[in-house]
Design a protein around this ligand. Structure first.
Ligand code: UTP
Length: 297
């Protein structure tokens, strides 16, 4: 571990957005609670935190998001009901959800952007490094993206973000990095030093095809930059704008992620996640595969 680098123990999960890409489903329920197979999106994200060694999760909520708090709260009546009917495994599964990790909540009064949501967690994070995981992006797999970023931070003392190759014609849907190789074992060529970040550039203006996909490990000084950040693209306070200041004044690394990721806040991304996770389900994956094949598309 680099000298004097604090351990990353906390994660911020912004979940206060309006979810307009998923209307009408999100009119009266949080998009982070939409289920992929049998778990709400945000539970996958919480499980990634736990698998990455995070001890405290801070969820940023807003109006109409109470279901998220209820989901991670204990449910003694439901547990008793299940136990009385001999459904011991189900009761244990329900209990596990609230016991996985320590949860805290803070509210973003208005959805003024991702950067603004992260800033709402400042008091709860305090003066220590922290992870940020978007509440609607799921990245399943044996090597959690967040764990890899934590290892990079603890080794180098620099913040790090996950990037992925995205199709050129889709750069305007992502924050795109301008980065140069900064190889270092064990990450090798997948580790880059960021020179600049551009929010949603047109393909012809994009400095690369490496898009930011929703996982970050950041030093606490990023809160100072967020305080100074003015509304940017779409009139929102963008995390990318604060990260640009971090790049200039301190440095920031990018890690090219090799696993799968789904932007499940988007209808097509959600459907892909659902189909692929259903195919992997040990109880009905094979039956579902046979069903898909029977469709003869
Ligand atoms: P998105 O841009 O995907 O969320 O932000 P959104 O604004 O809800 O979505 P659309 O574009 O209207 O469909 C990624 C994550 O950041 C949170 C969202 O809840 C989501 O989990 N977020 C976004 C906030 O917490 N606050 C905001 O002001 C914006």
């Amino acid at each position: 571990m680099a000298a004097k680098v604090k351990r990353v123990r906390k994660a911020v999960l912004p979940a206060a957005g309006l979810g307009t890409r998923f209307l009408p489903a999100t009119k009266a329920q949080p998009k982070e609670m939409l289920p992929v197979v049998d778990k709400p999106l945000i539970q996958y994200v919480v499980e990634e935190c736990v698998a990455s060694g995070i001890e405290n999760i801070i969820i940023v909520t807003g109006k109409g998001k109470n279901a998220i708090e209820d989901h991670f709260d204990s449910a003694p009546e439901l547990e008793r009901f299940l136990e009385q009917r001999g459904k011991v495994k189900q009761a244990e599964m329900v209990r596990q959800i609230s016991n996985m990790v320590h949860f805290s909540y803070t509210r973003q009064k208005e959805p003024l952007g991702l950067g603004h949501a992260v800033l709402a967690a400042r008091e709860l994070v305090g003066d220590e490094p922290f992870a940020v995981l978007l509440g609607d992006v799921i990245m399943p797999g044996p090597h959690p993206a967040t764990r890899q970023l934590i290892d990079i931070y603890e080794e180098t003392g620099l913040g790090a973000i996950t990037v992925e190759e995205v199709p050129r014609e889709k750069t305007s849907l992502y924050g795109i990095v301008d980065a140069e190789p900064a190889p270092r074992p064990p990450w090798g060529k997948r580790l880059l030093r960021i020179r600049n970040l551009v929010e949603k550039p047109k393909p012809e203006e994009a400095p690369s095809n490496l898009g930011i996909t929703g996982r970050y490990v950041l030093p606490p000084r990023v809160f100072d930059y967020l305080e100074r950040t003015q509304p940017g693209s779409g009139g929102e306070i963008q995390l990318t704008d604060a990260l640009r200041m971090l790049v200039q004044e301190h440095g920031l690394l990018a890690h090219i992620y090799e696993g799968r990721s789904y932007d499940a806040g988007d209808k097509l991304g959600f459907l892909k996640a659902t189909v692929e996770m259903a195919l992997e389900n040990p109880d009905f994956g094979e039956t579902f595969r046979a069903y898909l094949q029977s469709l003869k598309l």
